[in-house]
Design a binder for this molecule. Sequence first.
Ligand SMILES: Cc1ncc(COP(=O)(O)O)c(C=O)c1O
Length: 378
Amino acid sequence: MIRDLADDEARRALRLKWGTIPEGVLPAWVAEMDYAVAEPITEALHRAIDDGVTGYPRFEHGGELGAAYSRFARRHFGHAVDPDLVLPTVDVTAGVRLALDVLSEPGPMVMPVPAYSPQLAIAEITGRERVDLVVDPDAARAGIDLDRLDRLFRDGARTLLLTQPHNPWGRVFSREELEGVRDVLTRHGGRVVSDEIHAPLVLPGAEHTPYLSLDGTADHAVAVVAASKAFNIAGLKCAQVVCGDEATRDRLWRVPMARNDSWSSLGVVGSVAAYEYGDPWLAALLERLDSQRSLLADLLAEHLPDARMRPLEATYLAWLDLRAYGHDDPAAVCLEKGRVQLSAGADYAPGLDGHVRLNIATSPDRLTEIVRRMALAL
Ligand SMILES: Cc1ncc(COP(=O)(O)O)c(C=O)c1O
């Protein structure tokens, strides 16, 4: 069911990931998968194009998108979401920005770091100070230090930007960890924006707990979700803000239209098809990613034995500590000497040397060649 794109197909389909790098370089950077889009999605999109669905989407909360997401959340996470508390937005980053802008007090925003790089700037562009909660690169397990979180809120922080499952940590937070976060937040009356874009990509062995599924979170949190990462449809431009209560939904819905009006009709079509009919494809994807993560572990043991990788519990993005190989910027070395495009670790954790993020959502052959080239380069 998972069809690997041939190189020429991938160059045509993935305009950024494959289309902006020199011929002969293997791309393992931006978070897109080298797989053909699931058939229920392409069929729905073809139908929509034939029907001329190229005008404005319906400006509504709930609707078919809310209903489709609500059913998906119940099936996959056992989470009861009121469809009418689901609002469309153009993409997850815009949804996070909207939530911060509209819901959060102007005080500092806590950002666990390393973090998804474009969101490192999001506090500043909403007029807030960013305070980093940095994970020690030598820690055996990446986690949120609750004592430090408590101190930051005691010192004036007002919002936590939570990413869970986490990119690039690869972590799925346990219910207990999330309850600890909730307890800190409620103690200080803070807000949480929970970026859960990677929730459908939890790999065998772990389980996603939506932050809003915890008691006592409805009035201080929103989740921002999308079908885009798990189904390779980021370019269709549609994400969803899930609210915990009507008051929050109304505050977001009443903003002037210019602040949130630009999700796309085809994005709604693609997202509804993914949520309603994408389960078999998603199951096959998770199987493939599970075997890719095992393959990566084997390849690292064979070719890059001094690389450190914490267990990859979710996503297709592996965070590799390559400090043992002695390069400040191993991504640059791998590009120059190995013709492999990785993401530089310092993009996610400013000032951190020796790390890269490697995208494993490709074919086994390509992943093998990527690691082989990295080993030669390093
Ligand atoms: C944690 C996280 N949030 C958001 C995004 C981007 O989502 P969007 O393109 O919908 O803004 C990514 C992309 O990889 C991500 O990893």
